[in-house]
Design a protein around this ligand. Structure first.
Ligand code: MN3
Length: 205
């Protein structure tokens, strides 16, 4: 049974950057639906005992195209939002540290450059989707964007996301309306880089 990540902060804790109503709707409705529908589809496909990563890595093995699509969209929605909500904090570590900080400087020149590039990708994603910072087992970093609920796992890049920027309108429209850039700037205020560093350390071998 796949379960939504439990939040260690209240729905109103990320104000004023992420508003309470958006949190209630986004976590309580959108993410809850993706999770319920992922559980249904996983059972239909007989893959409910696999991890979400395994399922998303092996979508081409699902014979029924409707079930495959349901797993791709709802499994992605489940996984992507677990990452998104778990990286946010009302008391975030504002800068990367340790091995991740070194790799960011080496790959992108500086932390500021990384944020600029991530914002560019997030703004450039036409319609609904995500921007990502991802890592592979060698510790290499990659930034990318994906449409809908796809991610670097379902896209078979060999990378696993460690930071997620949700640019579906449901993530920001109640507060920011059409101003996606303002939402991205403010999201950076509540991204906990300690958590991103933890995610990075789990992936490198
Ligand atoms: Mn979302």
């Amino acid at each position: 049974m796949f379960k939504q990540v439990e939040l260690d902060y209240a729905f109103d804790a990320l104000e004023p950057y992420i508003d309470t109503l958006t949190m209630q709707t986004h976590y309580g409705k959108h993410h809850a639906s993706y999770t319920a529908n992922f559980n249904k589809a996983a059972e239909m496909a007989g893959v409910q005992d696999q991890s979400a990563e395994e399922i998303l890595s092996n979508l081409d093995k699902i014979a029924d195209p409707a079930v495959r699509t349901a797993l791709r969209n709802n499994g992605g929605g489940f996984y992507n939002h677990n990452l998104y909500f778990s990286q946010l904090s009302p008391n975030p570590g504002n800068v990367p540290t340790g091995a991740l900080a070194d790799k960011i400087n080496q790959t992108f020149g500086s932390f500021d450059n990384l944020k600029t590039e991530l914002k560019r990708l997030a703004l450039g994603q036409f319609g609904s989707g995500w921007a990502w910072l991802s890592a592979n087992a060698d510790g290499d970093l990659m930034i990318s964007a994906s449409p809908n609920q796809d991610n670097p796992i379902s896209e078979k890049t060999g990378y696993f996301p460690i930071l997620a920027i949700d640019v579906w309108e449901h993530a920001y429209y109640l507060k920011y309306k059409n101003l996606r850039g303002d939402y991205i700037d403010n999201l950076f205020q509540v991204i906990d880089w300690n958590k991103v560093s933890e995610n990075y350390c789990k992936i490198i071998k």
